[in-house]
Design a protein around this ligand. Structure first.
Ligand SMILES: Nc1ncnc2c1ncn2[C@@H]1O[C@H](COP(=O)(O)OP(=O)(O)OP(=O)(O)O)[C@@H](O)[C@H]1O
Ligand SMILES: [Mg+2]
Length: 257
């Protein structure tokens, strides 16, 4: 299997402060990779470098062999960490999701019936097709997040990058979200997800990257989610408990929480 992402000697400084220090990384095509690390550890900066949005850095980033930032349209679907859709006028859910089609449609052109059909399909996939004609501004934080996930899917990308996608989602919706990732992987997508859901990701992802200025670990959940590794990036006071079917206090039975 070939690489979806190849990063060589990536370093980024802000105001002379090193934020990312000589990152070398390869992510296989058709995999799900989680990036974890404490606040301020450089996760969003790293994602922005992958997306070609980070103006200055040293090193090289390649996505499916295209060198950043010269990617073909619609290669990557992206859900940013911060809700950047501070809309000044009321927008319907369908219009927000159709925005994901703009790389294909082209700006200043109208979406086709097919674009709308794809947008509706993506809303259905995240379980909120019934809100298609509602106003985005009126939705709860969790529903807004699902709309933005649908928008990233509507790009029909080869690589999906989510920066803290489960913010605002309740535990059941979080699990639905990760199950959706598994379905998308079955369809051939490569997925990178920045997350703080360290208690639940192990059963959904293929690999976990521990990032804090450098890559501290990168491997299968089994190999990487050790107390020692997690202490390394989160600090000595970190304590990690896996709830499994033997956990007597865990009301979700055999679900890892
Ligand atoms: N444009 C910028 N100019 C200056 N410093 C920046 C800029 N963007 C990020 N930083 C700094 O880079 C560091 C890493 O920030 P980043 O947002 O990548 O962290 P993060 O791991 O995504 O954190 P969080 O978990 O809080 O989202 C922080 O110290 C931040 O203040
Ligand atoms: Mg961030």
């Amino acid at each position: 299997m070939s690489n979806a992402i190849e990063i060589k000697s990536l370093s980024i400084k802000f105001n002379k402060k090193i934020i990312l220090d000589n990152i070398n990384l390869q992510i296989k095509e058709n995999s799900i990779t989680a990036i974890i690390g404490p606040n301020g550890s450089g996760k969003t900066t790293f994602i922005r470098a992958i997306l070609g949005l980070q103006p200055k850095y040293s090193g090289q980033v390649k996505i499916f062999n295209y060198i950043s930032p010269d990617y073909p349209k619609g290669l990557i679907g992206y859900l940013p960490q911060k809700n950047v859709y501070n809309l000044k006028f009321p927008s319907k859910v369908i219009d927000i999701v159709v925005m994901g089609r703009y790389p294909q449609i082209g700006f200043f052109k109208l979406p086709s019936k097919n674009d709308i059909k794809i947008a509706e399909k993506c809303l259905d996939r995240v379980g909120i097709l019934s809100y298609v004609n509602d106003y985005f501004q009126d939705l709860s934080a969790g529903l807004k997040q699902r709309v933005l996930i649908a928008r990233a899917l509507a790009v029909e990308p080869k690589l999906l990058i989510f920066d803290e996608p489960s913010t605002g989602l309740d535990i059941i919706s979080q699990q639905e979200f990760y199950n959706l990732l598994i379905d998308l992987k079955k369809e051939g997508l490569t997925i990178v997800v920045v997350t703080h859901d360290i208690g639940i990701i192990s059963k959904y992802v293929d690999s976990i990257i521990g990032l804090n200025k450098k890559i501290h670990f990168y491997g299968t959940p089994e190999d990487s989610m050790t107390q020692k590794n997690l202490e390394n990036i989160f600090g000595k006071d970190f304590s990690f408990i896996i709830h499994d079917k033997n956990c007597e206090t865990c009301k979700y039975g055999n679900t890892s929480l």
